[in-house]
Structure formats: C-alpha cells, structure tokens
Design a protein around this ligand. Structure first.
Ligand code: HEM
Length: 59
C-alpha cells in the first residue's frame, strides 16, 4: 500500500477513503453486471476481435 499512497508522516490521509471507494465501485459493478461474451441468435458466444484505436478512450 505504501508504494502508491506514500509512507511515514506525509502518507496520504485519504488512503482509506480511496481504498473503500474502489472496493465499493468494483463490488457494485460485479454484483450488478454479468461480464461475458455476447451471444448470437443460436446462443453461441461471439468471439471478441481485439482492435486498437488512437486516443485515450474508446467506445
Ligand atoms: C487512489 C487514490 C489516491 C492515491 C493514489 C493517493 C496518493 C497520494 C500520495 C502518493 C500522496 C503523497 C504522500 C507523500 O508525500 O509521501 C498523497 C497525499 C495526500 N492525499 Fe492522497 N491519494 C489518493 C486519494 C486521496 C483522497 C481520496 C484524499 C482525500 C479524501 C487524499 C488526500 C491526500 C492529502 C490531504 C495528502 C497530503 C498529506 C500530507 O502531505 O500530509 N488522497 N496521496
């Protein structure tokens, strides 16, 4: 933990909030959504074809 939040007297004071927030966000996501491949009309999984694009975010 000290690697990302620093250590000693100047260690990040928000580390517990940050950790708890990430935990809540990740567990809420996993509890709410199913992360799996899309199925075609025959119920077969459609394989993901990775494609790269420029920019920071993709849709
Ligand atoms: C993933 C999220 C976060 C990361 C990676 C992070 C990381 C850090 C790091 C590396 C430091 C410098 C420690 C040092 O000087 O050795 C720091 C300081 C600090 N952080 Fe964070 N932080 C995060 C979230 C937060 C949050 C959510 C808050 C407030 C709610 C916060 C408040 C502070 C404050 C006030 C300091 C200055 C502490 C001091 O100098 O005494 N941080 N943080």
């Amino acid at each position: 933990m000290s690697l990302i939040f620093g250590w000693g007297r100047r260690a990040c004071v928000g580390r517990h909030v940050a950790n708890a927030s990430l935990w809540i966000a990740m567990t809420s996501f996993l509890a709410t959504f199913s992360v799996r491949k899309v199925l075609d009309e025959h119920g077969k999984e459609i394989p993901v074809v990775p494609k790269f694009s420029i920019g920071l975010a993709s849709s």
